[in-house]
Design a protein around this ligand. Structure first.
Ligand code: EPU
Length: 352
C-alpha cells in the first residue's frame, strides 16, 4: 500500500477541480483497507472515501486520508433461477454492465454508460430509463468504519429510495476509533452482489427512450441493442466528462405529494410530471431550470455554466476551483424557488 502525500484530486473528480488530499491511497484488497484504517487511527486523522469522483464536488483540500477502492474481481454463477454476480467495488460501472450483457445476465442494460464505479452505484441508488440498481441488488458487502467489522447488508438493510440509501447516511456511533470526514458515510462498500436474469425482458417504459429509438431507427430487440440505444441517447444529451467537466444531474427531480402535484400542474400544465412511487410525483428539475432561463448559461468569466442540451447538468468549462460552480448552483436554486416555489436538492456530494 502506497500512501501518497498532497495528491492532486484532479484525475479523481469529473469536474476536474484541482484540490488535493493530504494523504491519498488506492485500496486493492481488504488487507489494504484494514491498513488504511490503522493509518487513520494512528495519525488520528479523518478518513474520506471517493469512487471515480463522478458525483462529487471537491470544494477544498481534503485533510486526513482519502481512499479509493481499486479492487475489480467479478464472481459469476447461476443458482438455477438467477445469475448471481459478486463484483468488487473498484470496477468501472459501465465496464461491468457491458460484461453482463455479453454474458447473458440481464437487468442492467438500461443503466449503461452511467459514470462511476460499482461501489459507488448503491450509494445513490443509480437509476436511468426506468431501472434503478435497487431492483437488481441482492446484498452489499462493506466495512463498518465505526466497528471495523465486515458486514453484509441485504437489499432491505440498504434503505434504498430515489437517489438515496443507508450508504449516504453519515451518523457515527460514540467512541468510534476512525474519524470520518463530515460527508464520509459509516459504511465503506467493498463489493456488491446482484441477482440478474437469464431471460431478457426489455424495459422500454421510459417514453424518451422509445422516441429516440424511433427517430433514429435504432433497434431495441435484445440487451445489446438496448445498451447501444441507451448509450446513444445519453451521448446525445449528456456531456462526456472526459471532454467537459460535469457530474451528471446536479439536482434531484423534486418529489411532490399528489395534492402538491395537482396544484403545480394547474399552474404549469406543460411541466413533465410522473408518478414516482409511494403516491409521490416527480417533476423534471431540468424542465424547471430550463424554464427559469438557465439552459446554455455561461457565468461571466466563462468558467462554469449550464449544459445547453440538458439544463440539469452544470459544467466546468475552465475553472480550477469549485467556488464559481457552487455559486451558480445556489443562484439556480434560488431562481427556481422564486419562480416555482420548489426547493431543488443537490445530487452530488460536496467534500470536504
Ligand atoms: N427537460 C427540459 N429541459 C432540459 C432538460 C429536460 O425541458 O433542459 C425535460 C425533458 O424534455 C423531459 C424531462 O425534462 O421531458 C425529463 O428529462 P430527461 O428525460 O432528460 O430526464 P431527467 O429527469 O432530466 C433523469 C435522471 C438522469 C437519467 C435520466 C434518464 C435524475 C435527477 N436524473 O433525468 O440521471 O439519466 O432521467 O432516466 O433523476 C444522473 O442522475 O446523473 C442522471 C443523468
Amino acid at each position: 500500500m502506497n500512501i501518497l502525500r498532497d495528491q492532486s484530486l484532479q484525475p479523481y473528480n469529473t469536474f476536474g477541480f484541482i484540490q488535493s488530499a493530504e494523504y491519498f491511497v488506492e485500496l486493492k484488497n481488504s488487507d489494504d483497507t484494514l491498513a488504511a484504517l490503522e493509518f487513520c487511527r494512528k495519525k488520528n486523522c479523518q478518513l474520506t472515501v471517493i469512487g471515480d469522483g463522478s458525483n462529487l464536488v471537491v470544494a477544498d483540500n481534503i485533510p486526513g486520508l482519502t481512499v479509493r477502492m481499486t479492487n475489480k474481481c467479478v464472481d459469476h454463477h447461476s443458482d438455477g433461477n438467477r445469475q448471481i454476480v459478486t463484483v468488487d467495488a473498484g470496477l468501472n460501472w459501465d465496464t461491468f454492465v457491458g460484461m453482463m450483457v455479453n454474458a447473458g445476465a440481464y437487468g442492467l442494460e438500461n443503466l449503461s454508460l452511467i459514470p462511476g464505479t460499482v461501489g459507488a452505484a448503491p450509494v445513490q441508488n443509480i437509476g436511468a430509463y426506468g431501472v434503478e440498481i435497487a431492483n437488481t441488488i441482492l446484498s452489499v458487502t462493506c466495512v463498518d468504519l465505526d466497528t471495523q467489522e465486515i458486514c453484509e447488508m441485504t437489499v432491505d438493510d440498504c434503505g434504498f429510495s430515489y437517489r438515496n440509501s443507508i450508504f449516504k447516511q453519515s451518523s457515527s456511533i460514540r467512541g468510534s476509533a476512525i474519524r470520518r470526514g463530515i460527508h464520509t458515510p459509516r459504511y465503506l462498500i467493498t463489493a456488491v452482489t446482484f441477482g440478474l436474469s437469464d431471460i431478457f425482458s426489455p424495459e422500454l417504459s421510459y417514453e424518451a427512450l422509445l422516441r429516440f429509438a424511433d427517430q433514429n431507427a435504432l433497434p431495441a430487440g435484445n440487451a445489446a441493442e438496448i445498451r447501444a440505444l441507451v448509450i446513444a441517447v445519453r451521448q446525445s444529451k449528456l456531456p462526456d466528462p472526459a471532454a467537459l467537466g460535469n457530474a451528471g444531474s446536479f439536482f434531484k427531480n423534486p418529489e411532490l405529494t399528489g395534492e402538491q402535484a395537482r396544484k403545480f400542474r394547474a399552474s404549469w400544465p406543460d411541466a413533465p410530471c410522473y408518478p414516482g412511487g409511494n403516491g409521490q410525483y416527480k417533476i423534471a428539475a431540468g424542465w424547471l431550470i430550463d424554464q427559469a432561463g438557465w439552459r446554455g448559461f455561461k457565468e461571466i468569466s466563462g468558467d462554469v455554466g449550464v449544459y445547453d442540451k440538458q439544463a440539469l447538468v452544470l459544467v466546468n468549462h475552465n475553472s480550477e476551483h469549485a467556488e464559481k460552480l457552487i455559486k451558480l448552483a445556489a443562484d439556480i436554486k434560488s431562481s427556481v424557488q422564486e419562480q416555482f416555489d420548489i426547493t431543488l436538492e443537490q445530487e452530488p456530494r460536496t467534500i470536504p
